[in-house]
Design a protein around this ligand. Structure first.
Ligand code: MSP
Length: 507
């Protein structure tokens, strides 16, 4: 029975349209899911849209439409973008779906029955863009939100409170017992430091708006948007709908997100789950921000880049590769168009694309257009095994850039091997068997490259697979077996073709 593997992205707010920051997390989740499917796991990959709350209501008012109309319009924009980027999510959840209302209400009732929700009056400073309350000392001068740098609002309401303060010790015990539950480690330290400062109860309902899920025991109140949003991860695998499915996939293996929303996922969320008698997620991974000109992308700063604009220049695979290879998944990183062009040219057009072209051209010309029945089984045998081992280890840490660097090492080793053996010279000297043996190794290395690179560049990998005369696609293979050397069948018809990654001129 394959192991279940459940991975999620945040569900994105529908006041905004997708930009490359959203795409960054979503591509990462897709690469991880595709890798795990190759590894033989039974993967569920969830993404979706977060459609309730004041922020959405205000954005809809500004656009002169209803919140539902805004949500329908922008949720579709996210789905279109994910289709464009080749994202293979198994679930797309919208928080306005009836199944989510049912699940959230059942969950709310459980937390209420557990005695962790109490009525109180709240007066506090609220940032609508974050949909979060702040204490004064967390704010910038002029009572501005530290993330959005604009003034917060003072709000007084009768609210229900979630008794988060009761969970300090249980959360600390949980993180002590599961040292890798929050990753990377710097983020874990932040979370533990935050819990140790003492946790305050937080207001989990609103009466000032009606755009949300009504509390089952007091329907004048709707659930605070984060309370409803976080629960999407449970709705998405069948909570209150399909118990067997829920039990199979919960707790999630990974929640991926940007560091901006780590606290919600690593403090509020596990406590909410504990209250309802559910297990906390196994891992929460918070990556850094993609910065543009040194700043976080945001609607207010007008520095957002649409994924489709970059796809027009670099293609889907060029887009995906850049964000996974260019910087480590963890720290912040600056996006630059120039850096994207040079990495594309170096890694994809030159190293990968040229290698595929050269090898296929020579094999078609010197070996009668089919995979030769002989190999040298030279230095590439170890290089291929090494690439797989290093990629595998890196993917366990979600260290995508190190993992794919190992695959590109195999590409470089294959290029170096060609320079060393000079199959064109062997062919000219009439050494047919030696020529075939050298090219046999190169073709085999290309097969391994296509297989291992397929999670990040699925289209080019699939095309290379086809040109190598292989049936199906890399995604039909299973690791580790498929990474073993020597599985390319002799006699398969080879095909030359147009460059997989045409070179781009720097602008
Ligand atoms: N709706 C909430 C999440 C609820 S999850 C239960 C939300 N939505 S959001 O639309 O603002 O998306 C935030 C997420 O988008 C970040 O956590 C991150 O995954 C991604 N990113 C948005 N901007 C980003 C960057 N500039 N850089 C990297 N990731 C970014 O918060």
């Amino acid at each position: 029975m394959p192991r279940p593997f459940y991975v999620t992205t945040p569900i994105y707010y529908v006041n905004d349209v997708p930009h490359i920051g959203h795409a960054y997390t979503t591509v990462a989740g897709d690469v991880l899911s595709r890798w795990r499917r190759l590894r033989g796991d039974d993967v569920v990959y969830l993404t979706g849209t977060d459609e309730h709350g004041l922020k959405i209501k205000q954005a809809a008012e500004a656009a002169g439409i209803t919140p539902k109309e805004l949500a329908d319009r922008n949720s579709e924009r996210f789905q279109e973008t994910w289709r464009l980027l080749g994202i293979k999510n198994d679930v797309f959840i919208r928080t306005t779906e009836p199944r989510h209302y049912r699940a959230v209400q059942e969950f709310l009732q459980r937390v209420y029955d557990a005695g962790d929700i109490e009525l109180g009056t709240y007066e506090g400073l609220y940032c609508v863009a974050c949909e979060a309350y702040y204490s004064e000392d967390e704010l910038l001068d002029g009572l501005c939100c530290p993330i959005h740098e604009r003034p917060v609002e003072r709000i007084t309401e009768e609210n229900y409170f979630f008794k988060l303060s009761r969970y300090e010790k249980r959360l600390l015990d949980h993180y002590e017992a599961h040292p890798d539950a929050v990753q990377p480690e710097t983020r874990r330290n932040e979370v533990i430091g935050f819990i140790k400062q003492g946790l305050c109860d937080f207001s989990m309902s609103r009466t000032s708006i009606d755009w949300g899920v009504p509390l089952p025991w007091d329907p004048k109140h709707v659930a605070y948007v984060w309370f409803d949003a976080l629960f999407n991860y449970c709705t998405g695998v069948g909570y209150a709908e399909d118990d067997e499915r829920f039990r199979r996939y919960w707790p999630a293996n990974y929640h991926l997100m940007g560091k901006d929303i780590l606290r919600f996922h690593a403090v509020y969320w596990p406590a909410m789950l504990m209250s309802a008698g559910l297990e906390p997620p196994q891992h929460v991974f918070a990556h850094g921000w993609l910065l543009v000109g040194g700043e976080k992308m945001s609607k207010t700063r007008l520095n957002q880049i649409a994924p489709a604009d970059l796809v027009a220049d670099f293609g889907v695979d060029g887009f995906r590769y850049h964000f996974m290879a260019d910087q480590r998944f963890g720290p912040d990183g600056d996006f630059s168009y120039e850096a994207m062009v040079s990495r594309y040219n170096a890694d994809l057009a030159n190293n990968f694309g040229n290698l595929a072209n050269r090898v296929l051209n020579m094999a078609v010309n010197y070996c009668g257009g089919v995979v030769p029945d002989t190999r040298e089984d030279g230095p590439l045998v170890d290089a291929a095994a090494d690439a797989f081992a290093r990629l595998d280890a890196a993917m366990d840490q979600l260290d995508f850039s190190t993992g794919f660097a190992a695959v590109w090492e195999l590409i470089r080793a294959t290029n170096a091997y060609i320079e060393d053996r000079q199959p064109w010279a062997l062919n000219k000297a009439g050494e047919a068997t030696k020529t075939a043996a050298v090219l046999g190794d190169c073709l085999e290395a290309l097969r391994v490259v296509a297989l291992l690179a397929s999670p990040v560049i699925p289209n080019a990998a699939g095309e290379l697979w086809r040109r190598l005369g292989l049936a199906g696609g890399p995604e039909d293979e299973r690791l580790p077996e498929a990474a073993a050397w020597g599985r390319l069948p002799a006699g398969s018809p080879l095909e030359k073709g147009a460059p997989l990654f045409p070179r781009l001129e720097p602008q």
